[in-house]
Design a protein around this ligand. Structure first.
Ligand code: PLP
Length: 424
C-alpha cells in the first residue's frame, strides 16, 4: 500500500470548487457566477489592451531579462504601487515611513504580512469581518495569527451593522490587528460610508488597534482608483500605523500573474511637518534618516519571511504593472479600460434589478443596485442556491454570492427566471 494511503480527502475549496462543479455540467445553458474574475459581455475572459501593449514593449526591450528579482521584488513596482494606493503626495511616502514588498498577489501579500506580524508584533490576534472572503481565516491562521471576528453585516437590513462593528472592536484587546476590506467588501458588497469610516478610524486609533487593509478591488468598485482608496488614505493621513495588501488581479486583469504588494506604514510621532522640500530636508535630515533606518530594519525582516517561502517574486507581471504605472499614456489607457469594466458591472446590477422588478419577484431587491463591487450578496439561502444549480445550471457560492462580472445582458433573463422560481 502507498505510504499516503491514510491521507484523507480534503473538501473542495468553497469558491474554486464552484468552478469545478460548473466544468462538469454538460448543459449549454450553464452559468458560472461563482469565481470573481471579469468576463466580457460575450462571457469571455479578457486581457486588457494596455497589458498587451506593455507586454509587447517588454518583449522588444533587450534590457528586459529573466533574472531573479531581489527578495522584495522590483523596486520601481514597489514605489509606484505604494503611490497608487496612498496618492503621490502621501506624507507616509514623502517621510519614508513605509516599506513595500512585491508579493504573490493579494493572497501572498496577506500571508507575508501575517507572518511578519506573528514574528514582530506583540499582539497575535486579528479580527476579521463576519462574513468575509473565505480564504482570510485560513491565510491568517497559516500565517501564525489567532483569528477572531467582528460583526459587519446585518442580514435584516442587508447593510452594515455599524453598532455591532463598533462594539466588537471596542471590546477587542488593545493592539489587536483588524482586517478591513479597503472597498467593495467581499462577499457582501456593503462598504461603510466616509462618515462611518471616520467613526471606525477614531475607535481604531483610540484603542490602539492595528488596521490591516485588504485592497483587492481598487478602481474596480467605483471605476475610480482614487475614490476606491479613500478608506486607506483616511487611516494613513492621521499619521498612524497601517498594513496594506494590494492586488492587481482584478484591476489590471493579471489574475494568473500573481502580482501584488504588502506595504507596512509606521508612525513617526515627533515628525511634525510633512512638506519635504530640500530646505526641510536640510533642517530635519537626521529625523528623515531615522525613518529610513526603520525602513531598512523592517525590510531586512521582511526578507527573512520571504526568502525561505519562495525566495523572490515573479518578474513578468510586476514589469507589466511598472510599465503601465510609469507611462502617462499607458496609465490613462489603463484607467479608461478599468472604468469600462467597473461600468459594465454596475450596468449588470441595474439590468438584474430591472428584470426582477419586471417579473414581480417577491421581496425587496434594491440591495442589488446599492451594493458595491464585483459581487451581489443576494440573500438567497443554501437551499435556493442548490435549487438554482440543479434546475437552472446556475453556479454560485452557497452563501448566495453572485459575481456580477460573470453576467451579461444575454444571461440576465435566465438568472432572473431562476431567482424568481427559487423564491416563489
Ligand atoms: N482579498 C479579497 C477580499 C479577495 O476577494 C481576493 C480575491 O478574490 C483576494 C484578496 C486575493 O486575490 P489574489 O490573491 O488573486 O490577488
Amino acid at each position: 500500500d502507498s505510504v499516503f494511503a491514510n491521507v484523507v480527502q480534503a473538501p473542495e475549496d468553497p469558491i474554486l470548487g464552484v468552478t469545478v462543479a460548473y466544468n462538469k455540467d454538460p448543459s449549454p445553458a450553464k452559468l458560472n457566477l461563482g469565481v470573481g474574475a471579469y468576463r466580457t459581455e460575450e462571457g469571455k475572459p479578457i486581457v486588457l489592451n494596455v497589458v498587451r501593449k506593455a507586454e509587447q514593449l517588454l518583449v522588444n526591450d533587450p534590457s528586459h531579462l529573466k533574472e531573479y528579482l531581489p527578495i522584495l521584488g522590483l523596486a520601481d513596482f514597489n514605489k509606484l504601487t505604494a503611490k497608487l494606493i496612498l496618492g503621490a503626495d502621501s506624507p507616509a511616502v514623502l517621510e519614508n515611513r513605509i516599506a513595500t514588498a512585491q508579493c504573490l498577489s493579494g493572497t501572498g501579500s496577506l500571508r507575508v504580512g501575517s507572518e511578519f506580524l506573528a514574528r514582530h508584533y506583540h499582539q497575535h490576534t486579528i479580527y476579521i469581518p463576519q462574513p468575509t472572503w473565505g480564504n482570510h481565516p485560513k491565510v491568517f491562521t497559516s500565517g501564525g495569527l489567532n483569528v477572531k471576528s467582528y460583526r459587519y453585516y446585518d442580514p435584516t437590513t442587508r447593510g452594515l451593522d455599524l453598532q455591532g462593528l463598533l462594539e466588537d472592536l471596542n471590546a477587542a484587546d488593545a493592539g489587536s490587528v483588524v482586517l478591513f476590506h479597503a472597498c467593495a467588501h467581499n462577499p457582501t458588497g456593503v462598504d461603510p460610508t466616509p462618515e462611518q469610516w471616520e467613526q471606525i478610524r477614531q475607535l481604531v486609533r483610540s484603542k490602539g488597534l492595528l488596521p490591516f487593509f485588504d485592497s483587492a478591488y481598487q478602481g474596480f468598485a467605483s471605476g475610480s482608483l482614487d475614490e476606491d482608496a479613500q478608506s486607506v488614505r483616511m487611516f494613513v493621513a492621521d499619521g498612524g500605523e497601517c498594513f496594506i495588501a494590494q492586488s492587481y488581479a482584478k484591476n489590471m486583469g493579471l489574475y494568473g500573474e500573481r502580482v501584488g504588494a504588502l506595504s507596512i506604514i509606521w508612525i513617526f510621532t515627533w515628525f511634525f511637518k510633512p512638506a519635504l522640500d530640500w530646505k526641510y530636508w536640510f533642517r530635519h535630515e537626521k529625523k528623515v534618516c531615522k525613518a529610513a533606518d526603520v525602513a531598512s530594519r523592517v525590510e531586512s525582516q521582511l526578507k527573512l519571511v520571504v526568502r525561505p517561502m519562495y525566495s523572490n517574486p515573479p518578474i513578468h507581471g510586476a514589469s507589466i504593472v511598472a510599465k503601465v504605472l510609469k507611462d502617462k499614456d499607458l496609465y490613462d489607457e489603463w484607467t479608461a479600460e478599468l472604468k469600462g469594466m467597473a461600468d459594465r458591472i454596475i450596468s449588470m446590477r441595474q439590468q438584474l434589478f430591472d428584470a426582477l422588478t419586471a417579473r414581480g419577484t417577491p421581496g425587496d431587491w434594491s440591495h442589488i443596485i446599492k451594493q458595491i463591487g464585483m459581487f451581489t450578496f443576494t440573500g438567497l439561502n443554501a437551499e435556493q442556491v442548490s435549487f438554482m444549480r440543479n434546475e437552472y445550471h446556475i453556479y454560485m457560492t452557497s452563501d448566495g454570492r453572485i459575481s456580477m462580472a460573470g453576467l451579461s445582458s444575454r444571461t440576465v433573463p435566465h438568472l432572473a427566471d431562476a431567482i424568481h422560481a427559487a423564491v416563489t
